[in-house]
Design a protein around this ligand. Structure first.
Ligand code: SF4
Length: 111
């Protein structure tokens, strides 16, 4: 089993990844766009990530959450992210519903 420190670290990385994509995970949970079980599964997948160091680097290169209103959100998580498909699904679901994504998310471009 994973220790609390590992779980907390990956929960923070997962939340930050979502923020960088313009996704509000708490709002998604509240609106039923993702279930608690799906969130836990995503966290387990995140803990199993092969490259969390590259994740930290990628996140640092793609803007702090406080800069979200100054620059468009990224559209996709990096290819090495175990939750890339889940993030894509959430991004699309929240954008289609017109909520839970931050301004600029739909207008983003990918490097
Ligand atoms: S890249 Fe890896 S560590 Fe970062 S959010 Fe995705 S699965 Fe988690």
């Amino acid at each position: 089993m994973f220790g609390n420190r590992t779980l907390n670290r990956h929960a923070a990385l997962m939340n930050r990844m979502a923020e960088t994509l313009g996704i509000d995970l708490e709002e998604a949970l509240r609106r039923g766009k993702i279930s608690s079980a799906e969130w836990r599964d995503a966290l387990v997948d995140c803990v199993g990530c092969d490259d969390p160091a590259s994740c930290v680097h990628w996140l640092a290169e793609h803007g702090a959450p406080e800069d979200r209103l100054k620059q468009p959100a990224e559209e996709h998580a990096p290819d090495f992210c175990n939750n890339r498909l889940m993030m894509d699904r959430l991004h699309n679901a929240l954008a289609a519903a017109g909520d839970g994504t931050q301004p600029g998310a739909a207008a983003s471009t990918r490097e």
